[in-house]
Design a protein around this ligand. Structure first.
Ligand SMILES: Nc1ncnc2c1ncn2[C@@H]1O[C@H](COP(=O)(O)OP(=O)(O)OP(=O)(O)O)[C@@H](O)[C@H]1O
Ligand SMILES: [Mg+2]
Length: 285
């Protein structure tokens, strides 16, 4: 019998201190290749900080992070794309005045030597590379059903489409590992369902490994193979999403009181309905 494959991502004993704050405490986990790994936890638990460690925005105070057997801490933030790691951000980060194609093509910058959208340079290699980059993005545009919006400025598009464009831009990096920070933030239920479908399509078609932070428990249980629950920078548990959100320790972390657990049947078998998430949705609605 052959030995199981080494994990794609190995996080060991990560501590993160910034100023006087102890943000991550002994965080340890593995993500297997092709896994859909989710990270949940109350507001301020340290989820984005963890993603910032994985994407080299924050350097852990101690601990290690390895990707495909190689220490990520020796790789620069810009070098991550070369390794095959891409991310999206909690707040939408698109160039509103540019069109859809230009925003997606920006994601390919690491694959181009001349840079994109140089404007004045329309001859030689830069022109050729830009043309190739646009052609290379076309299958991605098709995969994510964005063809109808191609030449529209971002600012004119509905929020749900913008989030899908952000996903396309991250995928233009041609990543092996995709890091998503609350892709459904600010979306209504319909938009969330739709985006979940696109993420799943992309994962399956492109053979991705995904680490996704998300407050929407319906999305976490639908997409996730496992959920890591963070609370005050500490890992509470790592288990199947449905088991995790029914875990009394997790319910306590969210609500501070185990007895306040919602009726599991009330939210489509999702035991945990997070007040904070409802508040976010209400804010945008
Ligand atoms: N650069 C920083 N400087 C100071 N404090 C920080 C910094 N980054 C994160 N923190 C603090 O670390 C804690 C965790 O923040 P983080 O953004 O990681 O939480 P989160 O789990 O992503 O929360 P949310 O669900 O609201 O997005 C918070 O108390 C936050 O204020
Ligand atoms: Mg966050």
């Amino acid at each position: 019998m052959s030995a199981p494959a080494a994990p794609l991502l190995e996080v060991r004993d990560v501590e993160l201190r910034i100023g006087g704050l102890h943000i991550l405490r002994g965080v340890t986990f593995d993500v297997r290749e092709h896994e859909f790994f989710t990270v949940i936890g109350p507001n301020g638990a340290g989820k984005t900080s963890l993603l910032n460690v994985l994407s080299r925005i924050y350097r852990p105070t101690t601990g290690s992070v390895a990707f495909d057997g190689r220490s990520l801490l020796d790789v620069s933030r810009t070098g991550l794309a070369d390794l095959g790691i891409a991310r999206t951000f909690q707040n939408l980060a698109l160039f509103e005045h540019m069109d859809v194609m230009d925003n997606v093509v920006l994601g390919r910058q690491r694959l181009m030597r001349s840079g994109v959208l140089t404007g004045a340079v329309w001859w030689g290699r830069a022109h050729r590379e830009e043309t190739e980059a646009r052609q290379a993005c076309e299958p991605l545009i098709d995969l994510l059903g964005l063809g109808a919006f191609l030449n529209r400025p971002i600012r004119d598009l509905p929020y749900g489409i913008k989030k899908r464009i952000e996903l396309a831009r991250a995928l233009a990096v041609e990543p092996r590992l995709l890091l998503l920070d609350e892709p459904a933030a600010g979306m209504n239920d319909e938009e969330t369902d739709e985006l979940a479908g696109w993420i799943l399509t992309a994962k399956q078609e492109l053979g991705l490994t995904v680490v996704m932070i998300e407050h929407d428990m319906g999305m976490v249980t639908r997409l996730g193979d496992r959920a890591l629950v963070l609370d005050f920078g500490t890992v509470v548990t790592i288990e199947a999403p449905r088991a995790a959100i029914a875990d009394p320790r997790v319910i306590r972390a969210y609500l501070g009181d185990e007895t306040a657990a919602a009726d599991p049947t009330a939210t489509g078998n999702v035991a945990l309905d997070i007040p904070g998430d409802r508040a976010r949705k209400a804010k945008r609605a």
